[in-house]
Write a protein that binds this ligand. Structure first.
Ligand code: SAH
Ligand code: SF4
Ligand code: F3S
Length: 481
């Protein structure tokens, strides 16, 4: 078992060790000295703020960045007028990128007012060479640019940035390394994500993730289980296992282990109350997984199973490697084993070559599966992906029209599906005091539906049986029993 390294015991007169994570602890100690000096100079502590865009992976990465910065002595803040602002970016769709450029203009104005301010950019968008070129050319005020493969190096990078002026750029094309045991600052005391793998090997033809997150790497099961045990010891009730395609977990380990086996071992951890996972690629979802899910009550009855399209021809063009029929058959098998399960999905509208008939196949899947909720996206052309080079891109008006029709139907069904638990009493993990009405608390059912019910802050982090009085569309109003 790894023992935390005490920064006070590190000898900074020695040269930095080469092995990780020791090297980073050395730089945390060194950086802490720099931050301490700066604090004395300014007569006030230094603050930091991290803005996270994109998915759960990025959210978890931001917790790691926060853990390191707090260890270094920066004080956490929500304000972008902090001394160190980091944007952890997403590039899955074009509009995610545009938002970042827009907000950088605003950060520049803040930086002019605070000459000590440092601006850092990291995450998926930084893995695109055109983006970094543009930043180098037109956004010289950015201090630090790093990517998805080297976030563990933050202490080393910040040390450099504090010691020299100008822009530091450190982007790796890919990595086969996984650095464990660095500090993490969790957003919630009672629930946490746990990475089980990094990267993606699927190359769906529209998707940029494999290019910016690199090849698939699975963490060792003993590292994952140990992390979960520690989280549970620290009060965590619910964990979410994270990977772009959790169903292909463990295939490349020296001693291969399936996702279902990992999940079962995690479910065996005492004190852990709930386990979820994201995301499941339909092509790799095994019978073994369905069987394990049906056997362990603490595995949440929820599957996020992105379909992307209902047309077998479009699915083929997307390189998804399943058909409409095989997807529907999979849904039937899941429902037969886990009757109450909530199914959610992602759908892309307007993929190149999508005809009205193809779109109607998607609508048909929506009718047949009846998702509890669905994220619907307008296809966005991502430079470097095979789909971006396809010549039959769909006109904007056509896509918009299909999108509106899909969204209306998806929401209608989601409302009907959500209300099916009305009148039942189910366990809720309380997450927060309600923002609008402080006499209520807000929590989630195991199937991920939100419930508001009378309560107070002392209930946060506990799991309570709640009577689901009334469904209000996508959430419930309940009462304690
Ligand atoms: N690994 C997950 C998804 C990661 S990206 C999976 O395989 O399901 C999250 C969602 O973004 C995808 O499911 C897809 O619906 C959407 N997405 C990805 N690339 C996109 C693009 N170019 N345009 C529109 N939506 C996209
Ligand atoms: Fe993208 Fe497909 Fe990988 Fe998901 S499985 S991240 S959609 S390439
Ligand atoms: Fe976005 Fe990267 Fe996640 S591109 S969706 S933040 S893996």
């Amino acid at each position: 078992m790894f023992n935390e390294i005490n920064l006070d015991e590190i000898d900074l007169t020695e040269s930095p060790p080469s092995e990780e994570p020791r090297r980073q602890y050395y730089f945390m100690a060194k950086c802490r000295e720099l931050v301490r000096k700066k604090k004395e100079e300014l007569g006030r502590p230094l603050s930091f703020c991290i803005e996270t865009f994109g998915c759960q992976m990025n959210a978890r990465d931001s917790e790691k960045l926060r853990g390191i910065l707090e260890e270094i002595g920066y004080i956490k803040s929500d304000s972008e007028s902090s001394d160190f602002v980091i944007y952890n970016t997403c590039t899955v769709r074009e509009n995610a990128n545009l938002r970042v450029y827009g907000r950088l203009g605003y950060l520049h104005a803040l930086k002019k007012k605070n000459p000590h301010m440092m601006i850092g950019l990291c995450g998926c968008m930084m893995q695109e060479p055109e983006v970094v070129e543009k930043l180098k050319k037109s956004y010289r005020f950015v201090n630090l640019i790093f990517g998805t493969h080297n976030i563990y190096k933050l202490a080393e990078l910040v040390t450099e940035a504090l010691e020299q002026d100008g822009m530091i750029v450190d982007i790796w094309k890919d990595t086969d390394q996984i650095v464990e045991n660095l500090p993490i600052d969790r957003k919630y005391p009672f629930k946490s994500g746990v990475n089980i793998m990094f990267g993606c090997n699927n190359f769906c033809s529209y998707c940029i993730v494999p290019y910016v997150r690199g090849r698939e790497r699975s963490r060792l099961p003993e590292e994952i289980l140990e992390e979960i045990r520690r989280l549970v010891d620290d009060g965590v009730k619910e964990i979410m296992l994270l990977g772009q395609n959790v169903n292909s977990y463990g295939r490349n380990l020296a001693q291969p282990l399936s996702f279902a086996e990992l999940l079962e071992q995690a479910a065996g951890i005492d004190g852990l109350e709930r386990i979820r996972f994201m995301t499941s690629h339909p092509k790799d979802l095994s019978e073994e997984l369905i069987e394990v899910m049906s056997r362990y009550p603490k595995i949440c009855p929820h599957l996020h199973l992105p379909v992307q399209s209902g047309s077998t021809e479009i699915l083929r063009q997307m390189n998804r490697r399943y058909t409409k029929e095989s997807y529907l058959a999979l849904v039937d098998r899941i429902r037969a084993s886990i009757p109450d399960i909530s199914l959610t999905t992602d759908i892309i509208v307007g993929f190149p070559g999508e005809t009205e008939e193809d779109f109607m196949e998607t609508m048909d899947v929506v009718e047949k599966v009846r998702y509890d909720s669905a994220f619907t996206f307008i296809y966005s052309k991502r430079t470097g992906t095979p789909a971006a080079a396809m010549d039959n891109q769909i006109p904007e008006e056509v896509v918009k029209d299909r999108f509106d029709r899909l969204l209306a139907r998806v929401q209608e069904i989601a409302r009907e599906q959500s209300s099916r638990f009305e009148g039942r009493t189910m366990d809720v993990l309380v997450e927060a005091v309600n923002e609008q009405d402080s006499s209520l608390v807000t929590g989630r059912l195991a199937n991920n539906l939100v419930v508001h019910f009378p309560g107070d802050a002392s209930m946060i982090g506990t799991i309570l049986p709640v009577h689901l009085d009334c469904c209000k569309g996508f959430y419930y109003i309940g009462s304690t029993v």
